[in-house]
Design a protein around this ligand. Structure first.
Ligand SMILES: [Zn+2]
Length: 173
C-alpha cells in the first residue's frame, strides 16, 4: 500500500505551467516562499484570460501591461519615488526591482540598473514605432513592463525604463 499521491495545490483560479510538477521528488527543494525565492530560477507562472486581467486591473494598468501601452512621463506614480522597498509586478506580484537599483534618469519614468534577478524578467526585440528596442516583460505573467536601453549608469550600464502602472512598491519594514 503506497501513500496516495496528491498534486501540489495551485492558487485558486490560476493555472500553472506545471514546470515544478514534473521534477522527481528527489530534486525538489525544501519548501520556500515562491514570491521571494526566485533569484536563480524561473518564477511561478500566472496565466489568466484577457477578460480576467481586465477585471482585476485598472484601465491604465490593463492598457500598459496587457496591451503594451506606455504611460505618460512624470505623470505617473513612481518616477520620483525614493522610498526603500521592492517593486513587484502589478499583475502577478513577483519581485522585479529593488529600490537600491533605482536612479533618476530624468526621463519621467522609474528607471533601474537591473532587475532583482535575470530570471525575473524576459526580454524581447520590439520593432514597433520604426525603432528597434528591447522590450522587458514580467517572467511570471508576460506583463509588459517597459524597455531596457544600453545607456544606463554603472555598474551595469543598463537603463530599465519601466512604467509605474506595471509596478507596485512594497515599502521595506
Ligand atoms: Zn507578472
Amino acid at each position: 500500500m503506497g501513500i496516495p499521491f496528491f498534486p501540489p495545490a495551485t492558487f485558486a483560479g490560476m493555472k500553472t505551467n506545471g514546470s515544478n510538477l514534473d521534477r522527481p521528488a528527489s530534486s525538489m527543494r525544501p519548501p520556500v516562499d515562491p514570491m521571494t525565492d526566485i533569484l536563480d530560477r524561473a518564477p511561478p507562472r500566472t496565466e489568466l484570460s484577457d477578460a480576467e486581467w481586465r477585471r482585476r486591473l485598472t484601465p491604465e494598468q490593463y492598457k500598459v501591461t496587457r496591451r503594451h501601452g506606455t504611460e505618460r512621463p512624470f505623470a505617473n506614480e513612481y518616477h520620483a519615488t525614493k522610498t526603500p522597498g521592492t517593486y513587484r509586478c502589478i499583475c502577478c506580484g513577483i519581485p522585479l526591482f529593488e529600490s537600491d537599483t533605482k536612479f533618476d534618469s530624468g526621463t519621467g519614468w522609474p528607471s533601474f540598473t537591473r532587475p532583482v534577478s535575470e530570471a525575473a524578467v524576459a526580454e524581447k526585440v520590439d520593432r514597433s514605432w520604426f525603432m528597434t528596442r528591447t522590450e522587458v516583460l514580467c517572467a511570471g505573467c508576460d506583463a509588459h513592463l517597459g524597455h531596457v536601453f544600453p545607456d544606463g549608469p554603472p555598474p551595469t550600464g543598463l537603463r530599465y525604463c519601466m512604467n509605474s502602472a506595471s509596478l507596485r512598491l512594497e515599502p521595506k519594514g
